[in-house]
Design a protein around this ligand. Sequence first.
Ligand code: HEC
Length: 142
Amino acid sequence: MTSMKIYADKLLMTVSGLLFLMTASAQVEFGPISGDAELGKTSYYDYGCYGCHGFGGIGRKNLANDVSGIMFREDIFLTYLRGRSELNPLFPTQSMPNYPADSLSDADALDIYAYIRTFKDDPPDVEDIPALKAILDGAKAQ
Ligand code: HEC
């Protein structure tokens, strides 16, 4: 591992830690939304976010019911999106692509933010899915 990579890893941990402290120490409350969720829906698909985050934000990397704090406020979200491309282009450690402002404008990003804020991961109870309940009950019986 090169020292530059170690440095990037350390910086990543520091930034994550700061984001956590910012959101953990402040009252946990979602900020205002200035974008347009309808436009954001189109951009969410155009920019390929759904490929990893899934339709409705319930994909490999869940965006619904945000718990990390990145989705709490627009400015944190934008900082996160720009982090690797503009604040620290040397970040090689994460698997999310870079989204610099010249490929995804602030306006489009804020529309996407508005759309993501509509996501809810709210699956029905097992009791309400008879087929699944039958499978689980059948497995228990054996
Ligand atoms: C190639 C897969 C991929 C694509 C495409 C992608 N992401 Fe991600 N995203 C990730 C992964 C993986 C993470 C977890 C952190 C990391 O490794 O970068 C993540 C993390 C995030 C987070 C932080 C989630 C949290 O609370 O921890 C947000 C917000 C986010 N992505 C938004 C977006 C948006 C908006 C787009 C489209 C403009 C997008 N992502 C496109 C893979 C992707």
